[in-house]
Each structure stands twice: as structure tokens, then as C-alpha cells.
Design a binder for this molecule. Structure first.
Ligand code: ATP
Ligand code: MG
Length: 205
């Protein structure tokens, strides 16, 4: 039987289903406390729904416990939902805690580190949580891999989503001058300072 204009568009339902499947899969790999829906800062929400084809990066900064990581997970989920189409492949998002990333990029794991470097160069979105958390700065070899990852993303305009308790200009000692410089440009206009009390202590609005 032919479709009438009153019937739902089958392409719409395919798109909705793909979107729901992709965001559900992302929720499955989201840490439990960050699966709860929060009221996101409007600038983070705007970044997530930003126009396709104009990738921009987001750098979430602010003191301990204001909600940087929770905002980032939710923004990444929204970002994904907005970029799923009815036909093309689902965008890939790499999510890493910085300390775990630096550990995976150690010289004594050279082969896996180089494979990971290539994966992180190509992912559609790279989310690194708590970029300045490391107590000890990564070695020169690890900083070189970080340079390869961020330079490749920079020259191809692939977005990054970063949380960090300091500004991009203050992370050279962790990621090296070249990565800090590239991040400064990639996140220009996309540095969002979250303010307020440590939500873990309760009482934050
Ligand atoms: N907008 C929000 N509304 C309600 N709760 C929130 C909101 N944002 C974050 N939270 C909660 O506040 C707590 C701290 O959030 P989160 O871990 O994101 O902070 P953070 O800024 O990343 O902290 P840190 O600097 O220590 O990594 C978590 O329990 C989180 O679920
Ligand atoms: Mg955090």
C-alpha cells in the first residue's frame, strides 16, 4: 500500500532508532554517576548541538567538584546524538582519563601505544578527562605521542573535549608546549569556566 502524507516518514523512524541505539550504547559505557541527566551549562549544550561540518572543541575548566566531568559526559552524549545520520557510520568517541591515557602511551608499551596513537588521531571526538591530574608529568616519549595525536587532530580540525582544573595556557608542563599551543587554538572561543561550590559537599545549586 502506498504511503500517504499522514504516515510517519520511514526515514525518520530509522534515524530515530539509530540515534537511540547510539546514545544508549554510549550511556552503557558512561560511568554510573555520570549517566544521570543534569541541567547542563547552556554553552556546553550549545557546543553539543553545534552545526555539523564546523567542528569546534570544548575545554571545560573550573575548581574541584563543580561538574566538569559530568557536563563533559552529557555533552558528549548529546554531541553523538546530533551527529548520527540515517545512513553514515556512527561517529566514534574515545573517552580517556588523562592518567590512564599517559599510562597507555608509555615507551615500554611501544607497539600498543603506537596503535592507540593512530586510533586517537582518527576518532571523531576525543574526550580527555582531568588533563592536568597527573602528579608526575609524562616522559618525553609519551609527550611525543600526545603531540602526534593532537597535531593530527588539529590539522584535520577534529574536535576534542577536555576537562581540566587549569586553563590551556597552564598545561605545558603536562602535555608539552606544542600540544598546549594547539589546544589553545583548537579551544579558542570554547573555553568554559564552571563556577560554584564543590557539589560533592552538597548544597550546590
Ligand atoms: N549540574 C549538575 N547538577 C547536579 N549534580 C551535578 C551537576 N554537575 C555535577 N554534578 C554532580 O556533582 C559531583 C561532582 O561532579 P564532577 O565529578 O563532574 O565534578 P568535577 O568538576 O569533574 O570534579 P573534579 O575536578 O574533582 O574532577 C558528581 O556527583 C556529579 O554527579
Ligand atoms: Mg572531574
Amino acid at each position: 500500500m502506498p504511503f500517504s502524507s499522514a504516515d510517519p516518514d520511514p526515514r525518520e523512524s530509522v534515524l530515530r532508532e539509530r540515534r537511540e541505539d547510539a546514545t544508549a550504547a554510549f550511556t552503557d559505557r558512561t560511568p554510573a554517576i555520570y549517566q544521570d541527566e543534569i541541567r547542563m551549562h547552556p554553552e556546553a549544550a550549545a557546543w553539543a548541538v553545534g552545526p555539523c561540518g564546523a567542528p569546534a572543541s570544548l575545554f571545560l575548566t573550573g575548581p574541584i567538584g563543580v561538574g566538569k566531568t559530568h557536563t563533559a559526559w552529557q555533552a558528549a552524549r548529546c554531541w553523538l546524538g546530533r551527529r548520527v545520520t540515517a545512513t553514515s557510520r556512527v561517529p566514534s568517541i574515545e573517552t580517556w582519563r588523562s592518567t590512564q591515557l599517559f599510562d597507555a602511551l608509555r615507551p615500554d608499551r611501544e607497539d600498543t601505544a603506537r596503535t592507540l596513537t593512530r586510533r586517537l588521531q582518527r576518532a571523531d571526538l576525543l574526550f580527555v578527562d582531568d588533563l592536568a591530574a597527573a602528579r608526575v608529568s609524562p616522559t618525553g616519549w609519551t609527550q611525543e605521542r600526545l603531540y602526534e595525536i593532537f597535531d593530527e587532530r588539529y590539522i584535520n580540525r577534529r574536535p576534542v573535549l577536555i576537562t581540566c582544573d587549569v586553563l590551556p595556557s597552564e598545561i605545558s608542563h603536562i602535555v608539552g608546549d606544542r600540544v598546549a599551543s594547539r589546544l589553545g587554538e583548537m579551544c579558542r572561543g570554547g573555553v568554559l569556566l564552571l563556577t560554584g561550590a564543590d557539589r560533592r559537599k552538597g548544597g550546590a545549586a
